[in-house]
Design a protein around this ligand. Structure first.
Ligand code: ADP
Ligand code: MG
Length: 259
């Protein structure tokens, strides 16, 4: 059974999509069977995977509205993972879902039949706690929270942790914070180092050891429709995401041994 991981943070521009895409590619190179789901109307994860969001026959929109099966919307990418693409139609889907039954459980139900085809299913969430994100959190076993080590980051993080705790009771009792990943990190920035120190004090081994540096190759890769693994695996960003993938695989092995 594939492990479903939502990549979430209600803040925009913290590296959710960059983490979702590059982690998907790094896990695929590890090698694991990976499905990446684009649940953000911006469709950035879709474009960054080399798939044109303006030209989708089926997408997460149709899947959430039960107009097609997940399997019928999934495409393969040159990056070694499968993609359930998304685009602006998700905004309409969200509005239509509002007055429908089981509106928070649509993604979970849609993934049931295909879950066993994958080791990992990663979901790129929009920057909000909208109905779309609720669908991701209802379907997920774990949440990976990308964060930038900035002044207000810890405050935002505790808000997110509280929200996840509240949701857990109502929506998904098994939901866990899988880990927090520090993104766009600059070791020369004293504030970042201080925030990072506080983060590890509060969250201990929930904080991934792998730190994603600020790296221009990571910012360039999406404009080529490639992950960092395809674009420049040897870059600092590429090495960091391969390291993060290794950490996730090792953690899961450890869980299985102790279970
Ligand atoms: P989110 O999905 O949380 O809104 P993105 O992953 O789209 O955030 O990242 C926001 C911007 O920062 C994008 O332009 C992206 O290319 C850039 N970016 C993300 N991570 C890095 C990094 N580690 N180094 C350099 N640029 C990055
Ligand atoms: Mg994004």
């Amino acid at each position: 059974m594939g492990r479903i991981i939502a990549i979430a943070n209600q803040k925009g521009g913290v590296g959710k999509t960059t983490t979702a895409v590059n982690l998907a590619a790094a896990l695929a190179a590890s090698p694991r069977k990976v499905l990446l789901i684009d649940l953000d109307p911006q469709g950035n994860a879709t474009m960054a995977s080399g798939v044109d969001k303006r030209d989708l026959e089926n997408s997460t929109c149709e899947v959430l509205l039960r107009e097609c099966d997940a399997a019928a919307a999934i495409v393969t990418t040159a990056e070694g993972y499968d993609l359930l693409p998304g685009n602006i139609d998700l905004t309409a889907a969200e509005i239509q879902l509002m007055d429908q039954t089981e509106r928070e459980q649509r993604l979970k139900a849609a993934l049931l039949p295909i879950r066993e085809n994958y080791h990992y299913i990663l979901i790129d969430c929009p920057p909000s706690l909208s109905l779309l994100t609720l669908n991701a959190l209802a379907a997920a076993d774990g949440v990976i929270v990308p964060m930038q080590c900035e002044y207000f980051a810890l405050e935002g993080l505790s808000a997110l942790v509280n929200t996840i705790d509240a949701l857990k009771q109502r929506l998904n009792p098994a939901l866990q914070i899988e880990g927090i990943v520090r993104t766009m990190y600059d070791v020369r920035n004293n504030l970042a180092n201080a925030v990072s120190g506080e983060l590890t004090t509060h969250f201990g081994d929930k904080v991934f050891r792998s730190i994603i540096p600020r790296n221009v190759r990571l910012a360039e890769a999406p404009s080529h429709g490639q992950s960092i693994v395809g674009y420049d695996k040897a870059s600092r960003g590429g090495i960091a995401y391969m390291g993060l993938a290794g950490e996730i695989v090792r953690r899961e092995k450890k869980h299985k041994e102790t279970a």
